[in-house]
Design a protein around this ligand. Structure first.
Ligand SMILES: [Zn+2]
Length: 288
């Protein structure tokens, strides 16, 4: 106890010399607490952006699986063999070129009979593509650009960031309660956080930085898988023409098409060598 009191006395002494010290101490304490929390929650994205992710991979996978089965109940699967083969071929080429911990995921791919030009990927390895997207993404490369973009959202844990931000706003108990009950109206919102918002009629787009990350890293991913990254530019031109009605996830986000296309064009010189390298290694998907 004596030491403790001495501690306070020392602190008081400092305060008399430097009156702002107590405020600084409080800040230090706050930063220390944050640092402790960040052992679990802070990570850095592949593009160097600081991320706060407090949900576990298992929790996110569980949410992804629940959302996927909800969507599958609401929207029939396409029975068109050609569409299914095309989407499976492109999605497999993309997911097989993932490296590191992401390569362990077993991906499930489904084509939904839905005219909205949209696609999504969910934590735990679920990919959904609407038949309507195939009218906009007209080549294998364009479809690859969309799927790669969606897969990056999963790889980079963007849904986890959004759920974490939601946890910060609501109490953890409330979120857990909502997650346990799919009929709760808030459940749709939580599913929306995963990036499948359109499917459940709730629009909660990813943030601008997350979209940019998905665009740029998606470009790397499609090139590594052997798809011509220049096709992404054509895709965005098609997307911009296809606007109207309920916007797909891609169209709902903040950056304008012009900005997206400029960003992609800027990155192309870096990415073309990845494409050449993939071709040289015999990675040339033929998904027609
Ligand atoms: Zn996106």
């Amino acid at each position: 106890m004596g030491d403790l009191r001495n501690g306070f006395e020392v602190l008081d002494d400092h305060r008399s010399v430097m009156p702002r010290r107590s405020i600084a101490d409080r800040w230090m304490l706050a930063i220390a607490i944050l640092a402790v929390l960040c052992v679990a929650g802070c990570q850095t994205s592949a593009l160097g952006r600081r991320q706060y992710k407090l949900m576990s991979e298992a929790e996110m996978s569980q949410m992804g699986a629940t959302a996927f089965s909800e969507i599958s109940k609401q929207t029939p699967a396409s029975r068109d063999a050609r569409e299914n083969a095309m989407v499976a071929c492109v999605a497999n080429a993309i997911t097989q070129s993932l490296v590191g911990s992401n390569s362990n995921t077993r991906w499930e791919v489904r084509v939904f009979a839905d005219k909205t030009p949209n696609a999504f990927a969910l934590p735990g390895g679920k990919i959904g593509v609407n038949t309507g997207l195939l009218q906009v993404a007209r080549t294998q490369g364009q479809l690859a650009a969309v799927i790669a973009h969606e897969v990056v959202h999963v790889m980079e844990g963007h849904a986890n960031e959004r759920v974490t931000a939601e946890l910060a706003k609501n109490s953890a108990m409330q979120v857990a309660y909502v997650l346990a009950d799919a009929s709760n109206p808030m459940y749709g919102q939580m599913v929306g956080l995963l990036g499948a918002g359109v499917q459940v009629g709730v629009m909660l787009p990813f943030g601008r930085k997350q979209e940019r990350e998905a665009d740029l890293l998606g470009l790397d991913l499609m090139a590594t898988a052997g798809f011509d990254p220049r096709e992404s530019i054509a895709l965005w031109h098609n997307m911009s023409k296809a606007g109207g009605g309920q916007p797909p996830e891609f169209l709902s986000t903040h950056p304008s098409h012009g900005t997206r296309i400029r960003d992609l064009e800027q990155r192309l010189p870096q990415v073309m060598p990845l494409y050449e390298e993939a071709k040289a290694r015999g990675r040339a998907p033929r998904c027609y």
